[in-house]
Write a protein that binds this ligand. Structure first.
Ligand code: NAD
Length: 307
């Protein structure tokens, strides 16, 4: 299948491209190497065609006309909650207007399906645990709002233009190539600092738990969603909560070094526990997370050691 991956030079998108290439798909990447994002030349799979292009630009038309993607995996985004609160207009420009440009062209050039990188940020503070897909979506940041709005545009384009979709709501994705400044950069930040022998900062009491899912498992979900899970929004996580304290201990063990912890107050809006129910992704896609936290952390530490 011809698959266009927007944001394919970034952290998650590049792993997806690698998985697509390995599975025999023909791929192209659209990425503008946004200066505050995780896009890197070194991440670009040499067997993929790279279009250096902004998803908001007219030029995207030429990419669709030339590559004629049968499927699009939309990962290009303003990826940071913090930037979205500083500049909600920019966030909406990329994450909503950019998406609409992609959807419009996909519909015009006969793309069959779009898969979309949505987020746990669409849920807001959990009202119950684990969070399943029926949980109310009350996002608490502009980033969470634009990701939620995007899901509605997908639903609209399916109804109006017959463009199939699957939205994958990622938990905290981690692994090699992660940009420490992105949505869930804590493992990348800790790994970098512990390897460098620098102290790490732990907010609150460090007992807050999140659902950390390995990027290789996320890429596999993206591959499976190409022809399954039509018209659904699915959680992609592990169903297991890991505390910040457990994380830095595991990273320190993988690095083989003691860690100095500096404590800081709770960050505004930080939630105590965020864990996904992942049965729907299993039912719809046949997907389940396969990578244990320790092997995922080992692979991540290995990557940050060698860069
Ligand atoms: N990392 C996570 O834990 C996480 C969790 C939930 C959702 N997501 C979503 O997954 C996707 C990938 O995130 P990531 O962590 O790999 O971030 P990333 O920054 O590494 O990747 C995003 C890529 O999009 C590109 N990009 C940004 N603006 C663009 C534009 N206007 N035109 C073309 N390309 C543009 C960037 O250059 C970058 O390569 C994003 O949509 C993000 O919101 C990530």
């Amino acid at each position: 299948m011809r698959v266009l991956v927007t944001g394919g030079a970034g952290f998650i998108g590049s792993h997806l491209v690698d998985a697509l290439v390995a599975a025999g798909h023909e791929t192209a990447i659209v990425d503008n190497f946004w200066e505050r994002g995780g896009g890197r030349r070194a991440n670009v799979n040499p067997q993929s065609t790279l279009y250096r292009c902004d998803i908001r630009d007219q030029e995207l038309d030429r990419v669709f006309a030339e590559f004629k993607p049968e499927a699009v995996s939309h990962h290009a985004a303003q990826h940071s909650v913090a930037i979205s609160t500083e500049d909600p207009q920019f966030d909406a420009d990329v994450n909503v207007k950019g998406l609409i440009n992609v959807l419009r062209l996909a519909a015009r050039y006969g793309t069959r399906k779009i898969t979309f990188a949505s987020s746990a940020a669409t849920y807001g503070t959990p009202q119950y645990l684990p969070i399943d897909e029926k949980h109310p979506q009350l996002p608490e940041s502009p980033y969470g709002i634009t990701k939620m709005v995007a899901e509605h545009y997908l639903r609209y384009f399916r109804a109006a233009k017959g463009l199939e979709y699957t939205a994958l709501r990622y938990g905290n994705v981690y692994g090699p190539r992660q940009d420490p400044n992105g949505e869930a950069g804590v493992i990348a930040i800790f790994a970098g600092r512990i390897i460098a022998g620098e102290p790490i900062r732990v907010d609150w009491d460090g007992e807050q738990q999140k659902d950390f899912v390995y990027v290789g498992d996320v890429a596999r979900a993206g591959l499976m969603a190409l022809d399954r899970g039509n018209g659904t929004c699915l959680n992609v996580g592990t169903g297991v909560g890991t505390s910040v304290n457990a994380l830095h201990s595991a990273i320190a063990a993988a690095v083989g070094r003691d860690v100095e912890v500096v404590h800081a107050p709770k960050r505004a809006g930080d939630v105590r526990t965020c864990v996904f129910a992942v049965e729907a992704a299993n039912r719809e896609l046949g997907w389940e997370p396969l990578t244990s936290l320790s092997s995922g952390i080992n692979a991540t530490v290995e990557h940050f050691r060698s860069t």
